[in-house]
Design a protein around this ligand. Structure first.
Ligand code: ZN
Length: 138
């Protein structure tokens, strides 16, 4: 069995941002040389997510509105976690949007359903953060 590991780094200019990382994961897959197996992609921080959905700007606006309704950023004083920090909302948003995705690799390609794309979801940005890509297979 072959194994491959890479860290992808991100520093978003805004506090919250959704970044399509599909092409970067495909680059990792090509580098790995693995044709049949699994790829795991996970956020290495507890205030950001990796998830799969549609790359459609209206949907991305809907995520922003929905997440702000569930866990509004402000007022910061609303959250117990914010006695030393101001990112309680980002922890909660990350929990909702998930930590990782696993995608099957078939004949050297990501075995996606229609419209599936991999996203990095940043909820407490403006600093360097990492995503782990781990690929195993033959
Ligand atoms: Zn925190």
């Amino acid at each position: 069995m072959k194994s491959y590991r890479k860290e992808l780094w991100f520093k978003t200019e805004s506090r919250r941002k959704l970044v399509n990382i599909t092409s970067q994961v495909i680059t990792c897959l090509r580098e790995s040389g693995i044709k049949e197996g699994l790829v795991l992609v996970n956020a290495m921080h507890i205030t950001s997510s990796v998830f799969i959905n549609d790359d459609e700007s209206g949907l991305h606006q809907d995520y922003e509105i929905w997440l702000e309704k569930l866990a509004p950023e402000k007022p910061h004083s609303y959250y117990h976690h914010n006695s030393f920090e101001d990112n309680a909302d980002a922890h909660l948003k990350r929990t909702i949007m998930g930590r990782e995705v696993v995608v099957a690799i078939t004949e050297g390609a990501l075995d996606f359903g229609p419209w599936e794309q991999i996203f990095y979801g940043e909820f407490d940005g403006k600093r360097r953060k990492r995503v782990l890509v781990k690929i195993i297979g033959e």
